[in-house]
Design a protein around this ligand. Structure first.
Ligand SMILES: [Zn+2]
Length: 213
C-alpha cells in the first residue's frame, strides 16, 4: 500500500511526536501519517529490523492532543510487548514500571505520585536502579494497561489483569496485584505475548488463605 506522509497541520501535534521520538532508542522512530484507508490518521513505529504498525487509529481528522496522547500510550505498550521486552521508559523515581505519557509530560503511574518529567528529556534524566526481583515476583505492573511482568529465570512472563484485579477460581473474589508481590503462576509453554512468555493464571501468594492444620 502506498502511504503518503505529510506533516499534520497543527505544529503542536508534530512537536509532541518529535519529543516522544527523542526519548526512544536511536534505532526506532515514530511517525504520524495519513493515507486513504478507513482510519487515515495513525501512528507508526519504524525500527532497523521491522516496519511496525502500532498505535491506535485516530479517525479521519487529525487527532486532537488528547487523542494523540492516548495513541502514544497505546504505541508505548505495544513497543514494550513486541519490540523491547522490557519496561520503557523506566520510572526515574522507582526504576521499575514504564512511565505514563500525558499532556503534563511523563508521569509515574503510581496513583499517589505526582512527579512528571518533560517528554523528550529522559535521556538526560538519571533513573533509579531497577529493584531486584526474585523469581516469581511481579517485576512491574501498570494498572491502567492491566498488564505487567513476573520475573522468571527463563525470561520475564507477561500477565494480564483487568484493572489490576484478578478473579479467584470461582470468578468473583478479586485480588490485587502489586509490584514486588510473590505470585503463583503457570506458564503456558509455547505461547508468547510479543517478546514475553505468557501466563493467564496469577494469584498473589499473600492473598491465599493459610494452610489448614
Ligand atoms: Zn514510579
Amino acid at each position: 500500500m502506498l502511504v503518503v506522509r505529510f506533516r499534520p497541520v497543527t505544529p503542536g501535534i508534530q512537536d509532541i511526536v518529535e519529543s516522544f521520538n527523542r526519548d526512544l532508542p536511536d534505532t526506532i522512530s515514530v511517525i504520524i501519517e495519513q493515507d486513504d484507508s478507513v482510519w487515515p490518521w495513525r501512528l507508526r513505529a519504524e525500527s532497523l529490523e521491522h516496519d511496525l504498525c502500532f498505535g491506535g487509529p485516530a479517525g479521519k481528522q487529525e487527532p486532537t492532543e488528547d487523542r494523540l496522547f492516548w495513541m502514544l500510550g497505546d504505541l508505548q505498550s505495544n513497543l514494550i510487548e513486541h519490540e523491547f521486552g522490557y519496561a520503557w521508559p523506566r520510572c526515574p523515581e522507582h526504576g521499575s514500571h514504564p512511565l505514563k505519557v500525558s499532556s503534563r509530560g511523563w508521569m509515574c503511574p503510581m496513583q499517589d505520585i505526582s512527579r512528571t518529567w518533560p517528554i523528550g528529556t529522559l535521556c538526560a534524566t538519571g533513573v533509579a536502579d531497577e529493584p531486584k526481583r526474585a523469581p516469581g515476583e511481579v517485576r512491574w505492573f501498570r494498572a491502567d494497561w492491566g498488564w505487567g511482568v513476573i520475573a522468571d529465570p527463563k525470561g520475564d512472563i507477561f500477565f494480564f489483569t483487568p484493572e489490576g484485579q484478578l478473579p479467584d477460581e470461582k470468578g468473583h473474589r478479586l485480588y490485587e496485584v502489586k509490584e514486588g508481590h510473590r505470585v503463583l503462576y503457570e506458564v503456558i509453554e509455547g505461547r508468547w505475548q510479543g517478546r514475553f512468555r505468557y501466563t493467564d493464571f496469577v494469584v498473589p501468594v499473600d492473598s491465599l488463605p493459610p494452610a489448614q492444620p
